[in-house]
Design a protein around this ligand. Sequence first.
Ligand SMILES: [Zn+2]
Length: 304
Amino acid sequence: MPEFTPQFIDTHGHVNFNAFKDDGGAVIQRALDNGVGIVMPGSQIDTSRRAVEYAERWDHPYIRAAIGLHPIHLEDIQVDESEVEGQIKFHTRKEKFARAQYESLLKSSDKIVAIGEVGLDYWRLPEDPSKKEQYKKLQIDTLISQLDLALDYKNPVIVHCRKAHDDLFSIIANHGITRALTPPGVVHCYTGNKSQLKSFLELGWFIGYNGIIFKMNLEDVIKATPLERILLETDSPYLTPPLPAGALPLALHSFSGGAAKEGRNEPRFVKHVAERVAEIKQISFDEVARQTTENAKRVFRLGN
Ligand SMILES: [Zn+2]
């Protein structure tokens, strides 16, 4: 294989999701052709398997998989992402975390670089107070089980967190993974505040930024995050950044299910997140590229 050092690594690109089922290979090739590597997190057992299949098929040092059960898949719920992510609606399929399944997947491939995405999502909790507590407890227990798995196999963790940053902090601060691994992982799609940010940084965790920085005001938080601790990501197919005119024809591939009105995001658009971070931090685009790629290689031990 020819030497390849990516300019960027999209540390959170779901090419393994159905939105890419007809052209995932072409999307990965476009990313590589544009100097972008990809870490592909799973959200359930099937999407985790698909991420591993891609990583195995590509057999490329910068196309890697992560496996895990996302908190929104613990209940059957109607997800409406219109508030932050365009008009995307889908129905989740309930899954109970079965460690043996994930563990055997983990053992099956050396191209799995992290456990993720796992975490807490308090965005839509049941109204009924007892149900609400039950659902939170289920999320917390499932997160801890997956942190245990990560700790046992010394894998870094990709954490999803929505409206739950204080609970997340107390869990990871008390879990062995935070002391056993340097760095222990990344809080992806960061939307917490500055004081929560400080806590995560003190624990040694990295912070992931994506196209949500164009939709929410996170300037102060980004300014407060040292470049040495930032990972860039897209969260494809979601959170498409505003794209320059030339990039639009490819971006506007519609979802295969016809569910999207907005352009589908893809890993190579991570550059637009980098441009915005450079602008906010008033540093050069090249410096952002170089340092964040270095960071991603370190967190996920890439390039070997
Ligand atoms: Zn994700």
